[in-house]
Design a protein around this ligand. Sequence first.
Ligand code: GDP
Ligand code: MG
Length: 815
Amino acid sequence: MLLSDLQTGEEGVVIRVAGHGHFRKRIIEMGFVKGVKVKSILNAPLNDPIKYRIMNFEVSLRRNDASKVEIVTLEEAEEWLKKDIIEQPPLPCDDRPAVERLAEIRTHTINVALVGNPNCGKTSIFNIAAHAHEQVGNYSGVTVDEKVGTFQYGGYTFNLTDLPGTYSLSAYSPEELYVRKHLIEKMPDIILNVVDGSNLERNLYLTTQLIDMDITIVMALNMYDELKKSGDNLDIEQLSTLLGMPIVPTTGRSGEGINLLFDKIIEVFEGRDTITRHIHVNHGSDLESCIRQLRTELYEHGFSDKLSTRFLAIKLLENDKQLEDYANQHDPDGSVITMRNQIAEGFQKSSGRRLVKNTEDSGHKVDVETEHQDIESAITDAKYSFIRGALAEVYQKNTKSNPHSLTDKIDVLVTNKWLGYPFFLIFLFITFFFTFAIGQYPMDWIDSLFSWFGDTVSNAMPDGPLRSLIVDGIISGVGSVIVFLPNILILYLFISFMEDSGYMARAAFIMDKLMHRMGLHGKSFIPMIMGFGCNVPAVMATRTIEDRKSRLLTMLIIPMMSCSARIPTYMILVGAFFNRHAALILTGLYVFGMIMSVVMAKLFSKYFVKGESLPFVMELPPYRMPTSKAVLRHTWEKGKEYLKKMATIILAASVIIWALGYFPNHNRYDTAKEQMENSYLGNIGKVIEPVMKPCGFDWRQSVSLLAGTAAKEVVASTMGVLYASAEEEAIIEEEGFESDEGSLRISQLVRNNMTPLSAASMLIFILLYMPCFSTIIAIKNESGKWKWALFTVCYTIVLAWIVSTLFYQIGMLII
Ligand code: GDP
Ligand code: MG
């Protein structure tokens, strides 16, 4: 009987709480645990919530929640007792009240459903466990409907249901529908997922769908004899941690492992096992955001109690007709389905990809076709990526495996223990080479365009504040940043390509061991690489890291990953002093940032970020040659953000910096240099100069760095404004201007006002010091706490100051 049916004044004993996730947890936390006595105080038909007395205090429970609690009542017990006496004598020396005895029996009853692919050995296990003689056959479709077997084991009564074999839980075949219906409506206590150990990849696909349903699963790794015979190596313990479910090896033919299997089921049923946890099969950020969106909609329509909303959302996105009907029944105005259609359409539009297919039979033939991937097949792909990732970690094939798919062939090379790293370094080097060396040419064109533009405006306008605002403020400031657009686009082009092709996931995979030593996870690596583009999406990408500790750590160290907004300043400083060794110095800087991030991660994981980190699966999607269209679109989307920043933050900052430098008393001084020094800006610079002096910075550098806290490009634009005003002095060295082609105008201005050592120190400071505002906000949002955002600000500033100071002071001693 259900708790919601308990009439006012009646009593009962709780025997089971159904449902899942935090809804179930909430009910249990209110005190509705097995064996507890509960009395209904007020339950009128239209009353919601219902009032109960439990353990001497009153609680009210929504009718909906109460219907998930199963109880036995006094009446039921009495009836049972009567029957009991007639049919079988009551147990001797048991003088407890009937209701307690009945409750005891009921709470020691475990409903188990066998779920698995056809032919994986479900019926064999069923027969051994239930001492039954159902037909076992080596072809699929033997079990057409369910068979229930009841038996006693370990002090418990098991109701074991043998369900038809299925490859999936979609609504395509009657078997699939049947199994799904059973799981949803009968809500077995434990799902026994039988898996053919000699065919793991295909079998685990069903497992990923069971995981989506958020139900309690125990896995029987069947055909274990064959797995052993094949000589393949499977790390069962690791796999069960990754999947969040206990796995017991069994041999259905001989019965080996079956007792251990049911021991494990009892352990899980009683909540004594430590491995069971609810994991999410990660479908990749695009799909996950689709799922999240639809899930929110489902929550709002009150879909939360019968089915896991995550499962429902995924199935709806897969176009599941049956669940679509179910959704429509509960949401007659159809807004859920409308939403689903919008999401699916949006996804398909944005997924222009070229599939590299390998036709199985011809072995080597490679088909290349362009297609828009629909969301349904994208979900299937993501699930196989998850499985491939899990197996790559725990499974070694015995034979010198001859991989047949293209993906396998590439993976043999790219994820090789030794070859993987050089491959990765080569990819990284190519990326930076193109970004900086090839990017130089368009950069020079844009630079000369802007200086021509500045000169033209300068000649066309009369002297005065307006001309100064336009030429020295806007054109200098914005121009000094916009010239780097080509570099940034090239960098994004490479990052997009690595992401879309599937290589990034492999890079993460080979980095996993290394990352673990620093308290991070291989998956941290993708956000870190993305950080080279921009720290904000990088911080958001940490969402794919399931483990809280690794996620937080990754977020905290992302600011050390040198984002593209810092490129302008690097180029100015490197161009001014170290032009000969530009590539070397820049690569060195990036590497230094990575080393610092690693050191910090190690430090934080030891002292600040506490907690165990749990292993989880890294997905390995199949390789795809991304379409140029998709890569270009991703690149452009990011480039657009950059331009938008130009038109807003950087434009505003340039004007403000210009004004602070122009006023007050503009006409009182003879030289621009004197004017600058006595302006508001000069004064601010002078105030902070003493603090920055140990790092080797004068007031101009200090002001630039201060301004850069808004956005890192502003360091460059501020330098553009500040040093442009020093042009008068620099013009004397006009010849130097012409003779040094390929070097930026602003670099030449800087060269006259800074020492190489101080410039190098500034490079380090910019690399390390506080992230821009947007990144700080992103860290706050993703970590959920201001604490961590502020922590990041503080530690980066302190770190930058210490390292720059050490560098500068030691440099002074040597030089
Ligand atoms: P079902 O379709 O999942 O119910 O699978 P069955 O129980 O009908 O078994 C299919 C075939 O696999 C039968 O021929 C069984 O004898 C065989 N089988 C079941 N379990 C094992 C096992 O652990 N090892 C081996 N080698 N064969 C098994
Ligand atoms: Mg069967």
